[in-house]
Design a protein around this ligand. Structure first.
Ligand code: NCD
Length: 339
């Protein structure tokens, strides 16, 4: 599996342009991204009801396959599937047969034998969801819940929903992503989404050691100095230092990183007064963000979590409709072939 984009659109879209898997934002058009956001908006209302359910995935089985740990993403996917009335299987990979030597392909074949309709996959290898989408039985949808450093498309879309709620539109927005961009699948998907949706500027702010090579090619400008980088911002997105992915010393020390790139009230005051503060979580207080900022009036970090449910409902229901449309098409073609 490679670090380059492994997910051409013929895999994730039907011939009619509907979503059937959700693997990456690469190649997805502005109208489709806007459709996801609008559909998510319609599900926010469901979350406000006393009975938080719609029957869109009734009778369907969704298997959550998290090969890497997660709290927010996994629980919001589970809630989203349940609110769509699906039956949900949460596979604890650490105690599952994979840890007894079963291959990924065999685990999947077994889950398919249990008639799963959708796999939500998180994996440390870039390209794992794409690999599964290529080999899975037709009719089963694959949703990427974060693969290696490659992509985290539902996270980026819940971030876009949060930005749209607060800023109304993307045109004219200056957005900065700060910190460990090198290891961040979230940053890669956010840069892609912001560019496609028409943000004026996407800026990354980080030391050179925490930036991927040729980062500008992702569609962003680069600023090494945080004070300069905070100027005129409408949105600042902080990233966690992904120490578990770091090989060797990329940083002088955590304290030095916090001094230079940690978001505190002083640095935030350099942005526009209505600049919102975001973070995909988990947050490390005192490492990349000060508590007063994380809990402050400009922080929308918990709104992001809530929006995660609506966005995941949107993506799951759209992919299932795409799969159903395709199944009908296949049946039609078979009938015509027989006629
Ligand atoms: C992120 C991830 O796993 O990519 N978190 C998330 O999904 N909410 C970022 C991180 O782990 O720092």
């Amino acid at each position: 599996m490679t670090e380059t984009d492994p997910s051409p659109n013929h895999l994730q879209l039907t011939r009619g342009g509907q979503l059937r898997h959700f693997l990456t934002l690469d190649g997805l058009s502005r109208p489709l991204l806007t459709d996801i956001l609008d559909t998510a908006d319609s599900f926010i209302e469901v979350g406000a009801r006393s009975i938080k359910k719609v029957p869109l995935l009734r009778g369907r089985t969704v298997a959550n396959l998290f090969f890497e740990s997660s709290t927010r993403t996994r629980s919001t996917f589970e809630l989203a599937a349940k609110r769509l009335s699906a039956d949900v299987l949460n596979l604890d990979i650490s105690t599952s047969a994979t840890s007894k030597g079963e291959s990924l392909s065999d685990t999947l074949l077994n889950l398919e034998a249990m008639a799963s309709d959708m796999f939500v996959v998180r994996h440390s290898q870039s390209g794992a969801p794409h690999f599964i989408a290529e080999s899975v039985t037709p009719g089963v949808a694959i949703i990427n819940a974060g693969d290696g450093r490659h992509a985290h498309p539902t996270q980026a879309m819940l971030d876009m929903l949060t930005i749209r709620q607060h800023k109304k539109q993307f045109e004219g927005l200056k957005v900065a992503i700060v910190g460990d961009v090198l290891h961040s699948r979230v940053a890669r998907s956010q840069i892609r989404a912001l560019n496609e949706l028409g943000a004026e500027e996407v800026r990354v702010i980080a030391p050179g050691t925490l930036l991927p090579r040729d980062v500008e090619e992702l569609g962003c400008t680069v600023e090494y100095d945080m004070a300069r980088g905070m100027k005129d911002l409408d949105v600042v997105i902080m990233l966690r230092l992904q120490k578990e992915r770091m090989e060797g010393a990329l940083l002088p020390s955590e304290r030095e990183f916090y001094r230079l790139y940690g978001l505190n009230q002083e640095k935030l005051a350099l942005a526009k007064p209505d600049c919102i503060v975001m973070h995909p979580g988990p947050i490390n207080r005192g490492v990349e963000i000060e508590s007063a900022v994380a809990d402050g009036r400009q922080s929308v970090i918990l709104n992001q979590v809530t929006n995660g449910i609506a966005v995941r409902m949107a993506v799951m229901s759209m992919a299932m409709s795409g799969q159903m449309a395709e199944r009908q098409q296949r049946q039609l073609e078979q009938q015509e072939g027989r006629a």
